[in-house]
Ligand binder design. Sequence first.
Ligand code: F3S
Length: 391
Amino acid sequence: MMKLTKEEQEMLEGKHGNAVKQSMDILVSLGEIFGAKRLIDVTSVQIAGVSYHNLGDAGLDYLADLAKDGKVRVLTTLNPAGMDMENWKTLGIPEDFAEKQIKVIDAFKRMGVTATCTCTPYYVGNKPEFGKHVAWAESSAVCYANSVLGLKTNREGGPSALASALTGKTPEFGMHLMENRQAQVIVNVETRMFTITDFGALGYVIGKKIGNKIALIRGIREANTEQLKSFCASIATYGGTALFHMEGITPNSTTIPKESVSVSKSEIDKAKEELNDHDEPDIYSIGCPHLSLREIEDVARRLDGKRVKKEMWICVARPIKKRAEEKGFIKMIEDSGAKIACDTCMVVAPIKGRFKCLATDSAKGCFYGRGKNSFRVVFKDIPKLIEEATS
Ligand code: F3S
């Protein structure tokens, strides 16, 4: 049994309202299933399950019910929704879907959620200090939070993340405890990593090799934050891990495990082959996870003065779009015919059936493009994607 404080007990008994009571029911049940001894405070929340495509009417009703008296207690942002909340028509989203998606976001807003819909919350102000406990839900963001930012979070489901937002609490188990954050297997990388697709392929190979074990990765000489973001998305997708250590690069300390495996150049090459269906793309999508300002600038400069010949989505958080707009990057992109897709991405938007083959630089995007939207996929770095889409 978990030990609750007096306030937590009152929350559970419904003295702080229905939304808090429902939330405490979820958190206490989860804590008991996973053997937590207590609840702890969280500094921030990131909620997944925002697209009406995934929620349906039952999910919308659930949110509307909580919104009657629920108010978030900590900074809370949202994962991508099923459409750009302003320019959904440009992306070809049907009107009836848009109406429902707007209702979903309105319910979150009534609860005080910051309605920025992104899988990179750390680019838009949801970036607590090293060591803080948070409750985040999106798998790539969870892996980035634990591994790169040194935060502590389990991979929450949509309802448990929202429950943490409405109470400011989470049960203390899993990634919140130091003993569960130690490396379990050394991964020696025997080849140099240079590009985003190198890091995506590396996540694919390691994920398939060690599953959700915690890796201590050795042999990476350098990795910028965008490369780490891509690696996090990939290793979390193909292995399910919420944490890794990269020697000399990530900030957490760890004990040294005995077991070790290695990754060779031929395995990286083979992974890139396996992630590529060698078909003719009819949609290009860049920004999975959502792009940083630095990446937007790079994309804008590559597209400047050119015309895209195919549908192209550039996915980004709305506050990053605003900053990019001030610098003239959005005009450069839109003048080329490419579309900026804020608040959403090619996986959570309802575009199944509209396109046959997705070209992307994201190993994660390949997985969900194939699995969720039944696309064929082409996996290439951004310079190549842009060159092909404009020629
Ligand atoms: Fe983000 Fe969508 Fe990729 S939520 S990580 S852009 S699949």
